[in-house]
Design a protein. Structure first.
Length: 190
């Protein structure tokens, strides 16, 4: 099974991705996590993107597309994958269509976790304060507002993009974690 998870920062994509991994035996590919790992390891890509991540801006399409293209070729993705945090722009979605076609792979669904925007700041602030590793470099008020604005401007249009393909499944992200997961499973198995 090959899925995309769509939703603003704080919607619960990471939490639900983890459950989907266990349920379907597929791999979670989070571009945010991969980029943070590159920053921590000070790889050439990491050095290039560190300040972009910190500000809550988007890394270039070229970099994230290359990362994803290489990653889906790994043997652990054979059963499928969940893309979490990618694509984030229409250009990335188009690039993904192209690279999947080249690899002769298809998507099974795009799950949009829909939440009321008003709750997001609070959720992310709570995540930052509860994180055992300390807050992420971009979990501060300024970067957060930037990430939410970037989401509305650049990523939200993907909802329409995937609605047109018939792949879009929208679930209510305002339920508790189990409720959201049950809705996702139901949407995927319909
Ligand atoms: P969020 O909680 O904001 O959804 P992520 O962990 O998905 O956070 O991403 C953190 C940061 O990594 C983003 O703000 C951005 O700088 C960078 N990033 C992640 N995925 C992408 C992408 N597909 N395109 C461009 N930048 C990305």
């Amino acid at each position: 099974m090959r899925l995309i998870l769509l939703g603003p920062p704080g919607a619960g994509k990471g939490t639900q991705a983890e459950r989907l991994v266990n349920e379907y035996g597929i791999k979670q590919l989070s571009t945010g996590e991969m980029l943070r790992a590159a920053v921590a390891a000070k790889t050439p890509v990491g050095l290039k993107v560190a300040s972009i991540l910190e500000k809550g801006e988007l890394v270039s399409d070229e970099i994230v597309c290359a990362i994803i293209s290489d990653r889906v070729d790994e043997p652990d993705c054979e059963n499928g994958f969940i893309l979490d945090g990618f694509p984030r722009t229409i250009a990335q979605a188009e690039a993904l269509d192209k690279l999947l076609e080249e690899k002769k792979l298809t998507l099974d669904g795009v799950v949009e976790i829909r939440v009321d925007e008003g709750i997001l700041l609070g959720r992310i602030e709570r995540r930052a304060s509860e994180s055992v590793d300390g807050p992420r470099a971009d979990d501060n008020a300024e970067a957060l507002k930037k990430r939410l604005a970037v989401y509305s401007a650049q990523t939200a249009p993907l909802v329409d993009y995937y609605a047109k393909t018939g792949l879009l499944k929208t679930v209510d992200g305002m339920q508790d974690i189990d409720g959201v997961f049950a809705s996702i499973k139901q949407a995927l198995e319909d």
